[in-house]
Design a protein around this ligand. Structure first.
Ligand code: GLN
Length: 232
């Protein structure tokens, strides 16, 4: 156990919905890979954790404002973010992909997006990627805070496509959200637990030690299997 965290209580911010990493179960409790990993680390390292579902951008802001001690939200480790945050060891490899409504056969690639509007999450990698190719392909990008709104825009035809992380798109599709994937995966990036730069070093260390022990004793794989093996 890492000394500095024992007996402490930490507030960890997360997204509202980023299934299977964080979402509400049937009873309204936050669950998912991120929530399970964090709770298990807390138990092993002897600290209390309160997971607050604030939204992705709001979670990053909360840490910067000192309202939360860390963020676990399927947050990609990027050089840009490393200027503000310190990241744990990576715990999941991911990347961005595009999805459209399942009954839409008019879009099979980025070139079909000309003159259309696409959606992505505020502050997320999917948004940055969509923006990076928007001019080239002549489409408009709309940023939304919540996954539900983002997905329903595509389901109802208000938006032509959504750019999001592929494990999340794949999970949603397997749960019957009415979308389909039409393009290859883009730029890979890995998820990490983050704290404010040069703050909470002990918490970061405790996460890494906890993660390592979960990988060694099979708990990490059990958590992955629990959420990723179901639904397809
Ligand atoms: N992995 C993406 C990012 O870090 C999206 C995270 C999310 O929407 N919760 O930008």
């Amino acid at each position: 156990q890492v000394e500095g965290v024992k007996g402490e209580a930490f507030v960890i911010a997360t997204d509202t919905t980023f299934a299977p990493f964080e979402f509400r179960d049937a009873s309204g409790n936050m669950t998912g890979i991120d929530v399970d990993l964090m709770k298990e680390v807390a138990e092993r390292q002897g600290f209390d954790v309160e997971v607050k579902a604030l939204g992705f951008d709001a979670a990053l802001q909360a840490v910067q404002a000192g309202q939360a001690d860390g963020v676990i939200a399927g947050m990609s480790i990027t050089d840009e973010r490393k200027k503000i945050f310190d990241f744990s060891d990576p715990y999941f490899d991911s990347g961005v992909q595009m999805a459209v409504a399942a009954d839409d056969d008019s879009i099979t690639g980025y070139a079909d997006l000309e003159g259309k509007t696409v959606v992505a999450k505020t502050g997320a990698e999917g948004l940055a990627f969509a923006q990076s190719i928007a001019d080239e392909y002549g489409f408009t990008v709309k940023a939304l805070d919540k996954a539900d709104t983002m997905y329903s825009e595509v389901q109802t035809g208000n938006a032509a496509a959504v750019f999001d992380d592929y494990p999340v798109l794949a999970y949603g599709i397997s749960q019957g959200n009415g979308l389909k994937i039409v393009t290859p995966k883009e730029q890979g990036s890995s998820y990490g637990f983050a704290v404010l730069k040069d703050q909470n070093e002990d918490l970061l260390k405790a996460f890494n030690v906890g993660l390592q022990s979960m990988k060694e004793d099979g708990t990490y794989q059990q958590i992955m299997d629990k959420y990723l093996a179901t639904g397809d």
